[in-house]
Design a protein around this ligand. Structure first.
Ligand code: NAX
Length: 329
């Protein structure tokens, strides 16, 4: 059988991981023939709860799981990791300003970036789900100078999947008919889901929704941008199973490849493509194979899209500037 892949996951006792870990262990991420070693990081007060999660993983007797280690030291947990899924983060609590949030997460992601730099395997790939995901990924990246910069991604796949679901519903087609969706920019309310380059049954998605610009502007964009808040409102808790699914799909496509003729959305270090200068981690349309992502170049960006992409990238630059001022990068 194949040699095992070592997967480190942070925030392992949290809500997203309560779904994510079981699906990784079942083979949904790396395949039904790929054994995994799980290394799970939590903060000290959550280790007892994590022990309970591990008891449940044990009780599934997943054939693919070779070992499970837990701990509160990132240096030990990231040791030998081939893939790190950074899900744990400090949530925004009442009265917390944006600067406080960036600072609290800065402490986490500087330490984790350094630990990855010093201990992860040479082929390490790092995906940040914990919010503010793009800027947390930037902080980790800048604190890991020995790891190639493009190995740090942030999650916008949930936004991507949400956008597909909305277009499918409007066009009256199954989700499988919707392809070539793109989320541009930040995983925040400024993100831009691009219907103009998306397709429905291979034809322009904008045509398939009856060229209804009013729907795009007043319903589609805000629904995708504010979906997280709508889930909290309805469920009384933030999206967990769908966020776990998106994290898993991002990692799967990154390592195993995107299907031909389609692309996905991933927040990756900017390269200058589409006039977006290096220095932030922004979402793009990407094709992937064997752990490498390439931006899909040459898509037409209309004026409506351009303004919104630029606004979201401007927000990313503000966040990067704020963490620079705090001395985190
Ligand atoms: P939970 O609060 O249920 O779990 C987070 C866990 O992380 C907790 O158990 C906590 O103890 C742990 N943790 C905190 N600091 C840590 C550290 N330094 N090292 C290791 N573990 C640490 O949150 P959950 O619902 O699982 O969400 C996790 C993160 O995902 C949050 O930051 C959330 O905002 C973010 N999300 C990102 C999404 C995206 O699309 N990028 C969507 C879903 C979600 O909102």
């Amino acid at each position: 059988s194949k040699p095992p892949v070592t997967v480190a996951v942070t925030g392992a006792a949290g809500a997203i991981c309560y779904s994510l870990l079981f699906r990784i262990a079942a083979g949904d991420m790396l395949g039904a023939d790929q054994p995994v070693r799980l290394k799970l990081l939590e903060i000290t007060p959550a280790l007892q709860a994590l022990e309970g999660v591990v008891m449940e993983l044990d009780d599934c007797a997943f054939d693919l799981v070779e070992s499970i280690d837990i701990g509160d030291d990132p240096n030990a947990i990231f040791d030998g990791a081939n893939l790190a899924l950074l899900v744990g983060a400090r949530p925004r609590t009442k009265g917390m300003e944006r600067g406080d949030l960036l600072e609290a997460n800065g402490a986490i992601f500087t330490a984790q970036g350094k630990a990855l730099n010093d201990h992860a395997a040479d082929d390490i790939r790092v995906l940040v789900t914990g919010n503010p995901a793009n800027t947390n990924a930037l902080i980790a990246q800048r604190n890991a100078p020995d790891i190639p910069a493009e190995r740090f991604n942030a999650l916008t796949r949930l936004d991507h999947n949400r956008a597909i679901a909305q277009v499918a519903n409007k066009a009256g087609v199954p989700v499988s008919a919707v392809t070539n969706m793109t989320i541009w920019g930040n995983h925040s309310a400024t993100q831009y889901p691009d219907i103009f380059n998306a397709k429905v049954n291979g034809e322009p998605a904008f045509d398939a929704i009856g060229k209804d610009l009013e729907w795009v502007e007043s319903y589609f964009l805000p629904t995708v941008q504010k979906r997280g808040a709508a889930i909290i409102e309805a469920r009384g808790a933030s999206s967990a199973a769908s966020a776990a699914n998106a994290t898993l799909e991002h990692a799967r496509d990154w390592l195993l490849g995107t299907p031909g003729g389609n692309w996905t959305s991933a927040a990756i270090p900017t390269t200058g493509a589409y006039g977006i200068e290096p220095g932030v981690i922004s979402s793009f349309p990407v094709t992937e194979a064997g752990g490498e992502a390439s931006i899909v170049e040459g898509l037409e960006i209309n004026e409506f899209s351009r303004a919104r992409i630029d606004a979201s990238v401007a927000e990313l630059r503000e966040e990067a500037e704020a963490v620079k001022q705090l001395g985190l990068i």
